[in-house]
Design a protein around this ligand. Sequence first.
Ligand code: PHE
Length: 448
Amino acid sequence: MTNGGTNRGSWNSNIGFVLAAAGSAIGLGNLWKFPYIVGRHGGAAFVVVYLIMIVVLGFPFILAETALGRHARTNMVDAYTTVRRGWGFVGVFNFLASFFLLSYYGVLGGWVLNYLWQFIKGGVESGSAEQYFAGFTASTLPPILWMAVFIALYAVIVSHGITKGIERFSNFAMPLLLIMMIVVGIRSVTLPGAAEGLSFYLKPDFSKINLSTIGVATSQAFYSLSLGMGAIITYGSYVKRDANIVRMSAAIPILDTIVALLAGFVILPAVFSFGYDPQQGPGLIFVTLPAVFARMKFGAFFGALFFVLVLFAAVTSAISLLENLLDVVGEKCRLSRGKTVLLLAPIMFVSGLPSSLAFGPMQGFTLFGMNFFDLMDFAVSHVLLPISSFFLCIFVGYVWRPRNAVREITSHGRYRFVLSGVWTALIAVVLPAVILGITIHSFWTVGG
Ligand code: PHE
């Protein structure tokens, strides 16, 4: 590898970065979280706010992370200290956010694996999908064992390295996922009574928008684009010096948003058609999808295929989180990739246990009305993620300085970046102000 004079790896091709970063972005945040958040926060009006946040805040932020990563060419903690000593703490926030997210991501990955297995065995009874979900998640051992399988899966892939493991894996799963979502989406929107769901999803009622909707939409945009965790800094650090970052980074929000919007078409019409409660939260896709597949010819087959693809999406996101942690731990402790994976995988397992048990034996443990799993999700989405994104903006805006960042973005003048003035204003002023505002607001109204 001849990049930047260091011995870090690099992507085999620019499309390698795009697919891997899109693989990181497209995950359970799109397939599992987006539909239930839309369900909870008022449907179409929320979607509109979300789209605005993706364009106005998400895209500039992706550029900042990618540029910082490529500039520093090191792990995400040292990326800050390379530019200015004393700023490694931002990387530590990124690290913590990644760690806590990965801990409960494993629980969800385990659920996906279990559903995949159920479909391979012939499907979940549509009439009792809700009871099945409640029973499975409330049990102690099965979800934990499935979580262990999920962790083993992403750990093995990461141990194979960034090009052999991650790049190859992302290259075929994503296109297939899109095709399958269109197929299942068509079934969903043609169900009897689907129209009500479609209008909920597509006809905005702007009276439903308030400050907390904006906060939730912003944090969902960041979560879905894998921002504020250093993941894109890490992936950016493998990008070649002469690659066009603007063009590459633009592809990520586009792909990510297509998948999120499709997930809404798959889930929401079906929710209304079957009379489920769109507000029910984290169980929404796990309850709705089995009912959709039960109405399809060869439903068990399509169900299994669909959950394989959901699994791919979840795995590629988990991979980026582990890669992120591994890069820091490996370089700091001078451990090989394989050894770092062996160290981190059991830690991820143990740290995921309380989130898994939160639906069963630990159900009684709640804080601010949330069980442990929801608490983790809240801590990541509404506390760690905003804090670390806020400091990243301050860092780029006032420490590294937009002028230097733009030089990196344009590969030292090789490419044009017409929006550099707008970008500077967004990253240095608008973004930190918005993030600060919604964070203060969300602390005020804990539980949103
Ligand atoms: N973007 C991923 C998803 O939507 C989650 C994620 C966040 C992954 C941050 C990596 C880093 O599921």
